[in-house]
Design a protein around this ligand. Structure first.
Ligand code: CP
Length: 320
């Protein structure tokens, strides 16, 4: 069990949504909604993290998560540094923890970590000074907690609730941290019909996604759904798997306008991105009227502001 909490029970780190209560998730989403702004409006700002220093350390590629964490921290008044790992002394053999201790000496208070290795965020969280917080920005195939939160916020904004909704997560579930965090978030928020739709080679082990029906046919899988979440094939996480390639995958599992018609008429289409158009999703769907993909991206900043504020504002307040 990962230790995410302080002695008083408050959240110190965010490594997984799996241990959060529904009330805690709802509280983070309420705060995120407070920071959410419509397209074109000036972004929300606060000085809640003035005097706090945030370090982004990503050892895997990222566009949305890294940029939105940086914007979120700056819009809360924090100082931010982005460690270019490939230009850092890690390439000279310095260990992850020695790098962390170095940044701690430079008064970093919050580490935002993305890493391909399982357990890195928890190891760092177990070794940093007591005032320091660690936030997972994506851990291997295991967890992407802020993605789960921004996905939940998007559904709440679109549907007004999660309770009682039917949702299909479609694609490479086996290798997806997005699917695992979505599972924790949406189950906690009352989605009872959460379907796992994947080719046999991309199904997770039977020990995972308890309570979720499994389906290998996309048309049956999305039938009557309120929410369809498409996933990219995580080619970087497996050497070979029994999956159809390229055009064959699109023919069997791609979300097309014709297939989407099997979901409810007001169903929304989600994708965490990056997406491979013409592989898991047709452009007409990705850019179509049912797509909320850009809203998901926008919600990334609001959610990360809410999480950073929740974890680090108590430290900022003590310093003022
Ligand atoms: N959704 C997501 O994690 O995107 P990035 O890999 O670009 O951060």
């Amino acid at each position: 069990m990962t230790q995410q909490r302080r002695a008083d029970g408050s959240l110190r780190h965010l490594l997984t949504l799996g241990e959060l209560t529904r009330a805690e998730i709802e509280s983070l989403l309420e705060r995120a909604q407070h920071f959410s702004r419509p397209p074109g409006a000036p972004p929300a700002r606060s000085d809640a993290l003035a005097g706090i220093t945030v370090a982004n350390m990503f050892t895997e590629p990222s566009t949305r998560t890294r940029v939105s964490f940086e914007l979120a921290a700056r819009r809360l008044g924090a100082d931010v540094t982005n460690l270019e790992v490939m230009l850092s002394s890690r390439v000279k053999g310095e260990s992850m923890l020695d790098t962390i201790f170095t940044l701690e000496s430079l008064h970093v208070d919050v580490f935002v970590l993305r890493d391909a290795e399982i357990g890195v965020p928890a190891t760092v969280a177990a070794n940093v000074a007591p005032h320091v917080s660690v936030l997972s920005a994506g851990e291997a195939h295991v967890a992407h907690p802020t993605q789960g939160l921004l996905d939940a916020l998007t559904v709440l904004q679109q549907k007004g609730r999660c309770d009682g909704l039917s949702m299909a997560v479609v694609g490479d579930i086996r290798h997806s941290r997005v699917a695992r965090s979505a599972y924790h978030a949406f189950r906690a928020l009352g989605v009872t019909d959460l379907r796992i739709v994947a080719p046999p080679g991309m199904m997770p082990d039977d020990t995972e996604f308890g309570g979720c029906p499994r389906e290998t046919d996309i048309v049956r899988g999305i039938d009557g759904c309120d929410v369809v979440m498409m996933l990219r094939i995580q080619k970087e996480r497996f050497a070979d798997a029994d999956i159809p390639a390229g055009d064959d995958y699109f023919r069997e599992y791609g979300l097309t306008t014709a297939r989407l018609a099997k979901a409810k008429p007001d169903a929304i289409v989600m994708h965490p991105q990056p997406m491979n158009r013409g592989v898991e999703i047709e452009s007409a769907v990705a850019d179509g009227p049912q797509s909320v993909i850009r809203q998901q991206v926008a919600n990334g900043v609001a959610v990360r502001m809410a999480v950073l504020e929740t974890l680090a504002a108590p430290l900022a307040a003590r310093r003022h």
